[in-house]
Design a protein. Structure first.
Length: 179
């Protein structure tokens, strides 16, 4: 009976289990800080920055430290741009508790023009606070616009304010299908 392969398999499995129990993992696996659970959930947000109209968006903070933000997919280009429309992706990023009721966030949005040409990315960074009732969020952000090579070409700042999306009671439909 060949015991060496069995012994090697047992040692490898033990190493994997030991690594998972000793905290050798991805930094976003466990957001730290007491604010962690305050942010988990989905939010309606209004993003405001000088010289731009407010943007309504949705964001979801998960317990594993990831973040998704549904930025409007099509927006008018800034005046003076060589294109008329700006197409954006969903924002993807991470967050981590940074205080009693705050979290540091970073998420990235891809940008394209109306011809499908890659314009680069916009990276949003901020520290946001959850209100005492746990139903509101707000805070400042800085956004960095980068070209397709990743070189920063401009920045802008703004604020975000929002409210938690909560379960609502099912209501009576406004119209009956087929009526």
């Amino acid at each position: 009976m060949c015991r060496v392969p069995v012994l090697l398999a047992v040692l490898a499995l033990g190493g994997v289990l030991l690594a998972s129990r000793t905290g050798l993992s991805n930094a976003q696996d466990e957001p730290s800080g007491p604010a962690r659970q305050d942010f988990v959930g989905s939010w309606r947000l209004i993003i405001t920055s000088q010289g731009r109209p407010p943007i309504s968006t949705l964001a979801t903070f998960t317990s594993d430290g990831t973040l998704s933000a549904a930025i409007p997919p099509v927006m008018p280009a800034r005046p003076g741009s060589p294109y008329k429309l700006l197409f954006t992706s969903t924002g993807h990023g991470v967050w981590i508790g940074s205080g009693e009721s705050s979290a540091a966030i970073t998420f990235v949005v891809l940008r394209r023009d109306e011809q499908g040409n890659v314009l680069g990315t916009t990276t949003f960074r901020g520290t946001w606070q959850v209100g005492k009732d746990g139903q509101a969020v707000s805070g400042p952000f800085t956004a960095t616009i980068a070209d397709p090579t990743g070189k920063a070409v401009s920045t802008f700042t703004g604020t975000v304010e929002g409210s938690r999306i909560a379960v609502e009671a099912m209501g009576t439909p406004a119209a009956t299908p087929g009526a």
